[in-house]
Design a protein around this ligand. Structure first.
Ligand code: UD1
Length: 361
């Protein structure tokens, strides 16, 4: 059997890494190849993750780069189709919800190749989010749907997906987190930034709804400056956010007390996450990582496709009103911490379960 797994953007790498490792157990029966679409291409958004996560060089690199949604999705499809025609895999495995996910699953499905979706069933119910469109469409055409949390099972059932296609296996992103904890525990990143473990706020923001307009960015700058009066603030800036801060001439309005950095590699970022007093984010994956680690997380979004991080974990979904967000942050920093526990099957073995199932179909 031949399976091609797809990676495209930063949050894909830590999901495919444990799957690739798990396929080693079956290397005599299954050829596992990796295709990188090139949706993310900067060294700090891509290469560093291959190194940190011990991923081999991808077998195929499509080099599509940035563009509008249509351009990016279409370019991936055109290039991926050539690979599929040449390689004739039995299955294509996609993860998450980025443009590369829908582009590659759609291409495979039209060539009658089985589609495997890892992290299926998550729903924010906000169709303005490109990721929600990607998730729904990918699930609709997938043949094997691997689910990370209970809400995913319910969503897929409500949408009429038949039971035999759905497998509740846990969370491959947490597999990577657990696997690399010993390495992140000895990271030197706190010394490099001059921050003390347990007493800084970590920020990650990149959603178009938070960072694409001047108005929302101006509010963000005020919010971050206010936070920096309370604690050291570490802010690794996503290229989308940096480009927009520059475009609206707002980068220089950020307080000089804020530690601004380029995007950070996987191991160092986990070290920062693990030891943060609080994380403020609009990322999907970070809501899950903080839940696993029991770290306080405030999410600047109106919806989450990962409700277990709120119901079971330490995540608080605050919305995009930054006055409310500031109050919520101060509350946490004053010691009012949300207690949480770890969702079912987030135990570091999700990839093994997936690969065992795929090897028996
Ligand atoms: C994409 C995903 C989003 C995910 C995020 C993680 C989609 C629709 N969105 O958003 O779900 O949470 O990745 O980071 O797939 N850029 C660079 N260098 C890079 C990559 C991007 O400079 O290596 C810049 C470009 O200006 C580009 C912009 O960032 O136009 C946005 O990149 P894009 O891949 O379109 O979307 P993200 O915002 O990264």
């Amino acid at each position: 059997m031949k399976i091609i797994s797809v990676v495209g953007a930063r949050p894909n790498f830590m999901k495919v890494a444990p799957i690739h490792k798990a396929f080693k157990k079956y290397e005599n029966e299954i050829t596992h190849l990796i295709c990188h679409t090139g949706q993310h291409y900067d060294e700090k958004m891509s290469k560093v993750f291959f190194e940190d996560l011990e991923l081999p060089q991808p077998d195929f690199y499509l080099g599509v780069g940035s563009g509008s949604h249509a351009e990016q999705t279409a370019n991936v499809m055109v290039e991926f189709e050539k690979i599929l025609i040449e390689e004739k895999p039995d299955m294509v495995l996609v993860v998450g919800d980025v443009n590369s996910t829908i582009a590659c699953s759609l291409t495979a499905k039209k060539l009658h190749i089985k589609v495997v979706h890892v992290e299926a069933g998550l729903r924010s119910f906000d169709m303005e989010m490109p990721e929600e469109v990607n998730r729904i469409l990918t699930d609709r055409i997938s043949d094997y749907l691997f689910v990370t949390e209970k809400s995913g099972l319910e969503n897929l059932k409500k949408e009429g997906v038949s039971d035999e296609k759905i497998f509740f296996v846990g969370n491959v992103m947490i597999d990577s987190l657990i696997h690399y904890l010993p390495k992140s525990e000895v990271s030197n990143i706190h010394n490099e930034f001059g921050v003390e473990k347990g007493s800084y706020v970590l920020i990650t923001l990149h959603r178009p709804s938070n960072v694409d307009t001047k108005e929302s960015l101006e509010k963000l700058v005020r919010f971050l400056n206010a936070l920096s009066n309370e604690r050291k603030v570490v802010f690794p800036i996503h290229p989308r956010t940096k480009n927009n801060l520059n475009k609206f001439e707002l980068l220089e309005r950020l307080s000089s007390d804020i530690i601004l950095t380029d995007p950070i590699g996987y191991i160092d970022f986990q070290a920062l996450t693990q030891n943060a007093e609080l994380i403020v984010t609009d990322s999907g994956g970070i809501q899950e990582e903080t839940t696993y680690l029991g770290v306080q997380c405030i999410t600047l979004r109106t919806s989450t496709e990962r409700p277990s991080t709120v119901d079971v974990g330490t995540n608080q979904l605050i919305g995009v009103d930054l006055t409310k967000a500031e109050i919520a942050c101060l509350d946490v920093l004053n010691g009012n911490k949300k207690k949480g526990s770890i969702p079912e099957l987030w135990d570091g073995k999700a990839a093994e379960r997936i690969v065992d199932i795929l090897s028996h179909v």
